[in-house]
Structures are given as C-alpha cells and as structure tokens.
Design a binder for this molecule. Structure first.
Ligand SMILES: Cc1ncc(COP(=O)(O)O)c(C=O)c1O
Ligand SMILES: N[C@@H](CCSC[C@H](N)C(=O)O)C(=O)O
Length: 425
C-alpha cells in the first residue's frame, strides 16, 4: 500500500441501530473481499508485484512498501484501535524504534520510571548515541511531568499499567498537560498490557498507541510483531515513511498469523483476566503484596477502571526475599518460567533477573524496582490447577507453611528420584 492509499472502510454497523459493532464483534470480523471468496485472508508471499506498464503502477510494487496481507491486518488493527492509520512491524521494539525516529538530536523524551527493560535500553541508546535525553518521572503523579515540559519535548512515552510494577497513569490528564504547553510533542502510549480490547489510548488523548503484537494481540507466542496506531493521517504519514525507509514492515506470513491470533483476543482476554483476578485474590489472602489493578487494594483502582474495561491478566507480587522468590519460580510446574506475557499459557518470571535485567542494578534500585518481584502472566488453563500449582510452589519454597503438603511433596520428590535411579539400574 502506498502512503497515499486511504485504509479500506472496515467499519460495518449493526443493521438495526446503524451504530458500530461492539469491540468483541469488531475484533473477530476481518473484512476480506477476496475474489475467490477465501474465508481466510490469503497470504501474499511475494516480494514484488508486476505492473501494467512502465508508467501505470498498481497499488503494490514491493512488499517492503506494502503487501496486501499486511494491509488487511493494518486495516483491521486501525479499526479495533480507533486509529486513523495502523502499521504492523517486526516487533514491539521495532515499533518504538520507528516512533523514536521522529525525534532529532537535542530533542527530549519524558518517560516513566517503571517501564519495560527493552524500552529503557532503547532510550539509553538514544541518549548515548543521538543526544536525545529522557527524563524518567513518576507517571502516577501527572503533575510531576510539568517541570520537564519544554520546547525540546518531542515524545511523552507512557505505559499504563507499567511493566512490571503495574502502576497506572492518567492518560487524559497527562495528554492535556502536554498538548497545552508543547504543541510539537506527541503523547505515545505503550498499550501492550491492555490490548485495544480493554483500553484505547487514542480515545483517551494519546497521539500514538503501540503494542508488542508478540503478546495479547497474537496470543500464542508463535510470532514477533509490533503495531503502531496513529490518531491522525498526518502522524500516520510520518510513521509510514520511516517504516518504508527502514524496511521493518511485518512479513506476509506473520501478518497472516497475527490476523488469525487477534480474532480470539476478546475470549482469551476475558478468560485470562477472570483467572488473574482469582490468582491475585489468592495471593492477597495469603498476605503477599500484590500489584494488580483488579484488586481493590491497588492505589489507582478507580483511575484504571475509568480508562480501561478490565484489569488484564498480568500481575506481580513481592515475597520479601530474593531466594524465596527464586525457589517459588523454580518450583512451579504448570507456570512456565519465561519472559513475555499475553500467551494462552501461564508464565512466571523474575523481572530483575529476566525481562528487566538489562536495566543496571543501581538504576533498578534508584527506581525502587524490588529484586524479589515475581511477575505472573495468567493464561487460560483451569484456574484451580493454576492455584494448586502456585500453592504447592509457595509451600515448597517455604513462603507458606503447610506441613502435611510439605511432607507429601518431599515424598513425591523422593519417589521421583527412586524411579529415576531404578530406570538407570
Ligand atoms: C510493555 C512492552 N512493550 C514493548 C515490548 C517489546 O516487544 P517485543 O518483544 O515484541 O519487541 C515488550 C516486551 O518485549 C513489553 O513488555
Ligand atoms: N532478552 C530479552 C528479554 C525480553 S523480555 C520480553 C517481555 N517484554 C517481558 O516483559 O517479559 C531482552 O533483553 O530484550
């Protein structure tokens, strides 16, 4: 697709009320006017497109510039994100890379003090190599942005909820402050944790909303992708220019996989967050400090629910001891030890050892990121199995006392060792 081609109108409406379909319907309804009536969007696995003549160019010429499978995905994403334009690129980091290319040497970025480790790494790289300074602030206090706003401010980069401390910021309030004093600044929201099903930053005042499509949008950890949604065509033009110039557009097969994955977003998310709610409650009942916007104890519970339709399925909790946390993570069986989130399978990780290990230890300490923090990404399994597995891990790690279960777990471990020894004999 060329930068001039407007997205297809993919906004069907209810025949009775004439209003836009509800988000769960929009998510699963991928328009596909295929000439053969293919039920699934075809994969245009091609680098080039033949032209009618030397002077008459078709809609597509080269897949770096545009590909019909990617266009289908992008039109669909624009619809569900409420974006004028949406673009699909090769990873979430690639999406942020494209966005930060709108920043020039001497400009400044304002970002949170709790944010994904890879984002922190890219911002540090820009500071070292491009003379682009980032001010890291506590985004939970909207006013804390004011002293840093200036003519140099080009991007204000927000996560809400943040990864991994699940802090919430007030998108409308911050966007208002930024737009009032810095007309050239763009408010950019990393909406990976929520997905457009739960939260639509562009409708809350953001100029750009982006996602790691690797996570909820695809849902199965079988692809890497990034998605950029733009509030206006003018911003979309700038973003498209960078994508075409740098060549990071998503390939046809991954575009197809992402179309397939996104169709089940609402059912996955409903189930995942229902499970997460139970897991958060379970941990709170045992006295752990839990970070989850579905918990009434979350300091910004009200604010989060003003902006989002649900709490999502990522939560973190503290045990008070790094060794205990390591033992818990290693004792789980159903919860896979893995970075990332948004997958249908449940995952457990220690951010300071894994996803946020690239943030130097002294900066993690300055930003009060607890070293013992455990992050849970809750999947679609039967929640009773998830709770039993977590309970057994907490007991076996010594975080909870249950002598009968401890003895049983020890017996099972010994039986297991005996069985292995017998097999070797
Ligand atoms: C909040 C958040 N944003 C962006 C990214 C980057 O996405 P990707 O891994 O697809 O590059 C990640 C994780 O990797 C993330 O957790
Ligand atoms: N080795 C990777 C770690 C990726 S972390 C992925 C995800 N965003 C998460 O929060 O778990 C890296 O250093 O980038």
């Amino acid at each position: 697709m060329t930068s001039e081609t407007p997205p297809l109108d993919t906004t069907p409406a209810s025949p009775i009320t004439q209003r836009k379909y509800r988000i769960a319907t929009e998510i699963v309804t991928v328009d596909n006017a295929d000439e053969h009536g293919a039920a699934s969007v075809p994969i245009y696995q091609t680098a080039t497109f033949k032209q009618k003549s030397a002077t008459q160019m078709g809609e597509y010429d080269y897949s770096r510039s545009g590909n019909p499978t990617r266009s289908h995905l992008e039109n669909h994403l624009a619809k569900i994100m409420g974006a004028a334009r949406a673009y699909a690129v090769t990873s979430g980091m690639s999406a942020l890379d494209v966005i930060t290319r709108l920043v020039k040497s001497g400009d400044e970025i304002i970002a949170g003090d709790d944010l994904y480790g890879g984002t922190n790494r890219l911002l540090s790289f820009l500071a070292k190599t491009q003379n682009v300074k980032t001010h890291h602030i506590d985004t939970t206090n909207s006013q804390s942005i004011i002293p840093h706003l200036s003519v140099k401010t080009r991007l204000v980069l927000l996560e809400t909820p943040t990864n991994p401390l699940i802090k919430i910021c007030d998108i409308p309030a911050i966007a208002k402050l930024v737009h009032a004093s810095c007309p050239n600044a763009l408010v950019v929201v990393d909406n990976t944790m929520m997905s457009p099903y739960l939260q639509k930053p562009l409708e809350l005042g953001a100029d750009i909303s982006y996602h790691s499509g690797t996570k909820y949008l695809s849902g199965h950890h079988d692809l890497m992708a990034g998605v950029i949604g733009c509030k206006t065509d003018a911003i979309g033009e700038q973003i498209y220019y960078v994508i075409n110039a740098t060549g990071c557009g998503l390939g046809p097969f991954d575009s197809w996989l992402l179309i397939r994955g996104v169709k089940t977003l609402s059912v996955r998310m409903d189930r995942q967050q229902a499970n997460a709610q139970r897991v958060a409650q379970f941990l709170e009942d045992y006295g752990f400090k839990v970070h989850y916007p579905g918990s009434r104890s979350h300091p910004q519970y009200e604010l989060h629910h003003k902006m989002a339709k649900g709490p999502g399925a990522v939560l973190s909790f503290e045990t008070g001891d790094v060794g205990t946390s390591e033992r818990i993570v290693e004792a789980t069986k159903l919860w896979g030890i893995s970075v990332s989130f948004g997958c249908v399978n449940s995952l457990i990780s220690m951010p300071c050892r894994m996803s946020h290990a690239s943030i130097p230890a002294h900066i993690r300490a300055e930003r009060a990121l607890p070293e013992d923090l455990i992050r849970l990404c809750v999947g679609i399994e039967d929640v009773e199995d998830l709770l039993e597995d977590l309970y057994a891990a907490l007991v076996s790690a010594g975080a909870l006392q249950d002598q009968a279960l401890e003895e049983k777990l020890n017996r099972l471990a010994l039986d297991g060792r005996d069985a292995v020894a017998k097999r070797k004999d």
